[in-house]
Write a protein that binds this ligand. Structure first.
Ligand code: LLP
Length: 386
């Protein structure tokens, strides 16, 4: 065992694979729960898109959280993991009819609706089943987030949500409909956000919108502020559990929640990001002209974040204590962007060494593809490897 990994067990497994440290996952979830105890009207719906590994989902469900789903497949995964249907919300800018029908059949808690045409379809499909669907409107608050351009969502230029100017119109349309019940507002400004100022800007915007609705005597019971809390990719061990205290306090201090309202969060990355690592084996060490390459058996098909967002994941050689050398760490895929990191210092690497790509619990396994006809990586939780 070097550090936190059961190396001997790893040696028996086919690489690459995802490894989830369930002690850390449980600790993280306990911290979220402890914080939530301070606020009786707050609830967290875990964003299933971050990681839908069945064992991970089951542990999250055991801890009493709800599920935020963005597809029929995610709803099925949440239900399979035992999430109560009344704790499932369904978001997404393009819900297909079969997905809406599935959600209606399960009587999930709420649809987060992103346009009038979508609202009309939900109303129609609910009418056909003789049901009434709870709906919340996802409002695009035009609040920027200081994060990567590909994962900011709350600007007017993004495809997500209904613009603030259209809010009144959409609410009027919903109030006229017989098979939808308008219950609240939904927001999400982006992901991997570490600057609490971004959330303060969101709170201020929600306060304005609430005042507008109240002036029209429209009551809403439910506000959903999405997710987005970031993690420390540079130092996965330094603060393995994100600062949830600070995050919830920010909302408590800046959002004017009415006494009868509940506030929902959709945290994804912050709940599962640090507990996961992608474990890979070194196939070859190749000398280039001015550099050396460590060629892994994991590639962008297993972890796409570096290729897609130039994301940083800390890379460690977990089977060597030899002197440090510098490598470009690359995968085997036929794409120049299949690079995990350039000029990375690692304990000297040789064929067969195991390499950990850290902080890969969120948007790792779930975004894997079978490009190049590769097999999808397996996911193992620590408690099944003892
Ligand atoms: N709620 C909504 C409406 C969302 O769109 C998202 C993420 C979340 C909640 C959860 O956000 P989190 O707490 O995980 O930041 N694949 C990208 C991240 C995409 C996030 C998409 N939406 C990545 O690897 O960084």
């Amino acid at each position: 065992m070097k550090g936190i990994f059961p190396i001997n067990k790893f040696r028996e497994l086919r690489t690459p694979f995802y490894y989830y440290d369930t002690d850390l996952l449980r600790n993280t979830l306990t911290c979220v729960r402890d914080e939530l105890k301070k606020y009786s009207s707050y609830a967290v719906h875990y964003a299933v898109k971050a990681n839908a590994n069945h064992k991970v989902l089951s542990i999250i469900r055991e801890n009493g959280f709800g599920a935020d789903c963005v597809s029929g497949g995610e709803i099925k995964a949440a239900i399979k993991a035992g999430f109560p249907v009344k704790k499932i919300v369904f978001a997404g800018v393009g819900k297909a009819d079969w997905e809406i029908n599935l959600a209606l059949d399960y009587d999930i808690f709420c649809f987060n609706v992103e346009s009038i045409p979508e609202l009309e379809v939900i109303n129609e499909l609910a009418a056909a089943k003789g049901k009434t669907a709870n709906v919340a409107f996802r409002i695009n608050p035009n609040v920027g987030a200081h994060t990567h351009a590909n994962i900011t969502t709350g600007l007017a230029e993004n495809k997500f949500g209904i613009s603030m100017q259209d809010m009144d119109k959409v609410v009027d349309v919903a109030l006229e409909m017989k098979n939808v019940k308008f219950i609240g507002l939904h927001f999400h400004i982006g992901s991997q956000i570490l600057d609490m100022g971004d959330y303060i800007a969101l709170c201020n915007r929600i306060n304005e919108l609430q005042d507008k609705l109240e002036a029209r005597r429209i009551r809403i019971d439910y506000i959903n502020v999405g997710g987005g809390l970031g993690i420390d990719y540079q130092h996965p061990n330094r603060q393995a559990v994100p600062n949830f205290q600070n995050y919830f306090v920010t909302y408590a201090e800046h959002l004017k929640l009415r006494s009868y309202q509940t506030l929902h969060f959709e945290l994804g990355r912050s709940m599962v990001g640090q507990c996961g690592s992608l474990i890979s084996k070194v196939l070859y060490v190749k000398q280039g002209t001015n550099k050396q390459f460590a060629i892994l058996d994991a590639g962008m098909t297993d972890l796409i974040r570096p290729a897609l967002y130039q994301a940083y994941h800390k890379i460690e050689n977990i089977t060597s204590d030899e002197a440090v050398e510098t490598y470009d760490v690359v995968g085997p895929i036929c794409e120049s962007s299949d690079v995990f990191g350039k000029a990375i210092d690692l304990n000297r690497v040789k064929r067969g060494d195991l390499i950990a790509l850290r902080s890969a619990g969120a948007y790792g396994e779930i975004m894997a593809s079978s490009y190049n006809c590769r097999e999808l990586p397996q996911g193992y939780v620590s408690e099944e490897l003892v």
